[in-house]
Design a protein around this ligand. Structure first.
Ligand SMILES: [Zn+2]
Length: 257
C-alpha cells in the first residue's frame, strides 16, 4: 500500500477533486479489510447519510468546476436515464454554465435533482465568511438559471466543511450534504471491478454514495450499471438525497421546499 500511496501522490495531485486525497486512498485498504472508512468528520447539521432503517440509497455525482472548460460524462448520464435511476448531481457553478446545453436531458427529467457545489471549487475552509458566501451565492444564481429552480442542497468542494462553512451555507438556505460511501472513481488505479465490488458490498440502508459526472471518474460509466443492478438485486432502491432525508429534522433555516 505504501508504494501505491507514493505513486498516487506523484501522479494525481492535479486530478483529485471533491473528496480529499485521504478519503480516496482509504478505498483499497477498506476494500481489503472490509472496514467502512470514516471519510469525513461529523459536523453538526451536516448530513452524511439517511436513515439506516430503510432500504433506500442515494447515488450522488459531483460535477466539479475546473479552470478548463467543463465536460459532462454523457455515458454516465445515459446510464442514469436508461436504467431510470434517481440521482442527485452537485453542480459547480462554472461547470454548469459550461455544459448548460448538454445538461438539458438531465434537467428535463424529474429523476434527477441538482445541488450546489460552489462556483469554482475552492477550498472553502481557507476563505473568509464573505468569500464563502460569494462562492456559494454565485453558484446558486448561475445554477438556478441553468436548471430553472433554486437548489436546496449543497456539497462542499473536496468534502471540506467545518462549522463555519456549514453555517454560511445554512444561512443561504442550503442543506449541507456529505457522503458516507466514496466510490473511489477519481482514482485511475482503482479498476472498474474494484469499484463495483467495493460499492456493492459497502452500501447500507441510507448510504449516500459519491461518484463523478464531470469526466473525472475513470471507470464510472462502466461500473455504474453493475452497481445499480447489484444493489437493486439486494432489495435497495435509489432515491434522490432530498427524498432520502425527507423525514429528517433539518438544521437552521434549511428546508426541503
Ligand atoms: Zn468536487
Amino acid at each position: 500500500m505504501t508504494t501505491v500511496r507514493i505513486n498516487r501522490k506523484l501522479r494525481w495531485p492535479s486530478q483529485f477533486c471533491c473528496y480529499c486525497l485521504a478519503a480516496s486512498m482509504f478505498v483499497p485498504a477498506a476494500a481489503l479489510s472490509g472496514v467502512n472508512p470514516r471519510v469525513v468528520p461529523d459536523i453538526p447539521g451536516v448530513i452524511r447519510h439517511g436513515p439506516r432503517n430503510t432500504r433506500e440509497l442515494a447515488l450522488t455525482f459531483d460535477a466539479c468546476s475546473s479552470r478548463g472548460r467543463g465536460k459532462l460524462d454523457t455515458a454516465v448520464a445515459r446510464v442514469l436515464l436508461q436504467t431510470r435511476t434517481p440521482a442527485t448531481i452537485f453542480l459547480g457553478g462554472k461547470w454548469a454554465k459550461d455544459v448548460a446545453r448538454a445538461l438539458r436531458p438531465l434537467v428535463s427529467d424529474s429523476l434527477i435533482e441538482f445541488g450546489n457545489h460552489a462556483y469554482m471549487h475552492p477550498h472553502l475552509m481557507r476563505l473568509s465568511g464573505d468569500s464563502i458566501a460569494q462562492e456559494i451565492g454565485k453558484a446558486q444564481r448561475v445554477i438556478t438559471g441553468v436548471i430553472g429552480k433554486k437548489p436546496v442542497l449543497f456539497r462542499a468542494p473536496y468534502g471540506e466543511v467545518d462549522e463555519r462553512v456549514a453555517a454560511v451555507a445554512e444561512s443561504l438556505g442550503l442543506i449541507v450534504i456529505q457522503y458516507d460511501l466514496p466510490s473511489g472513481d477519481p482514482d485511475s488505479l482503482i479498476s472498474e471491478q474494484a469499484i463495483v465490488r467495493y460499492v456493492s458490498s459497502m452500501a447500507r440502508g441510507g448510504s449516500i454514495i459519491v461518484m463523478h459526472v464531470n469526466t473525472r471518474g475513470w471507470h464510472t460509466a462502466e461500473a455504474l450499471p453493475e452497481i445499480i443492478a447489484n444493489l437493486r438485486k439486494k432489495g435497495y432502491s435509489f432515491v434522490t438525497v432530498s427524498r432520502l432525508i425527507a423525514r429528517r429534522k433539518l438544521p437552521g433555516r434549511a428546508s426541503l421546499r
